[in-house]
Design a protein around this ligand. Structure first.
Ligand code: PGA
Length: 257
């Protein structure tokens, strides 16, 4: 795992966008895994800015969302397919139909999950997966207790996650869906690069577990310790619980030198 502790979310967005830009320069047909939530929004703004400046293009790129709520109408603005279109896909030049998400509106979610997993494989796998982290340690919507080998599947959200996400639903937890389809931890672990972003003190405990805790189903993100190419981008508040923060800073600086 490589860990960067950077001054602001905007600095993180620049580092993450640099990685995506250099991937797309090397491989214009790269497959991106996209995260929703608040954390990646500065990154999506940065990518949009670079697209508008002619520095980056998604014209040959495909994307796969990490997850989708079950139970929202298809046109609900907080549905993750709509979210990702609003904050990234519709602002840049993805070709029509190139941005994928779990289809939770077929009436058979188990089949939809299996089909989504297969679609990722058929696309050649995800080259770069952007990840956030939940305060309870989830990545995607893989909540504590799930299998490290899981494929894309239907899952149940913890109350903590529903409370955290109530801010997108008028602050009303009863409006937050209870279920989702999420890429599994096994699916996420097959990505070529896993780029996890965490900002704010609310993520400090989950980040401490992710980086320095024991690998455990209690903190699903800890499986990334086994990912051969995982990068963790943190701001100072998210990094505040790390015992070896100074060492990570030194390693990151030497990598950049
Ligand atoms: P957030 O969500 O970016 O809105 O904090 C992250 C997550 O739950 O994975």
């Amino acid at each position: 795992m490589r860990i960067a502790i950077l001054p602001t979310p905007e600095d993180i967005a620049v580092v993450a966008a640099d990685r995506i830009q250099s991937l797309l320069e090397r491989k214009p047909s790269a497959v991106l895994g996209l995260a929703t939530g608040s954390t990646p929004l500065p990154l999506y703004d940065e990518l949009t800015k670079r697209y508008e400046a002619g520095e980056i293009s998604f014209a040959d790129t495909q994307s796969f969302n990490l997850d989708e709520y079950v139970g929202l109408p298809e046109d609900h603005p907080e549905g993750y397919a709509n979210f990702i279109h609003r904050f990234l896909v519709d602002r840049v030049d993805f070709p029509k139909g190139a941005a994928h998400g779990p289809n939770v509106w077929t009436g058979d979610n188990d089949q939809a999950a299996a089909d989504y997993d297969k679609a990722i494989r058929d696309a050649g796998g995800i080259d770069l997966q952007i990840l956030g982290i939940g305060a309870d340690g989830h990545i995607g919507f893989n909540e504590p207790g799930g299998s490290f080998a899981s494929r894309t599947h239907v899952d149940v959200l913890t109350e903590q996650t529903r409370r955290d996400n109530a801010r997108f639903f008028d602050g009303d937890i009863t409006k937050v869906p209870t279920h989702c389809i999420t890429q599994g931890l096994g699916t996420i672990m097959e990505s070529g690069e896993a780029l996890l972003i965490a900002t704010g003190a609310g993520k400090a405990e989950a980040v401490r577990q992710l980086v320095e805790g024991a690998i455990s189903a209690r903190w699903p993100a800890t499986i990334l310790q086994m990912h051969p190419n995982a990068i963790v981008l943190l701001d100072e508040p998210a990094a505040q619980g790390l015992e070896l923060a100074d060492f990570y800073r030194e390693v990151w600086a030497k990598h950049q030198a």
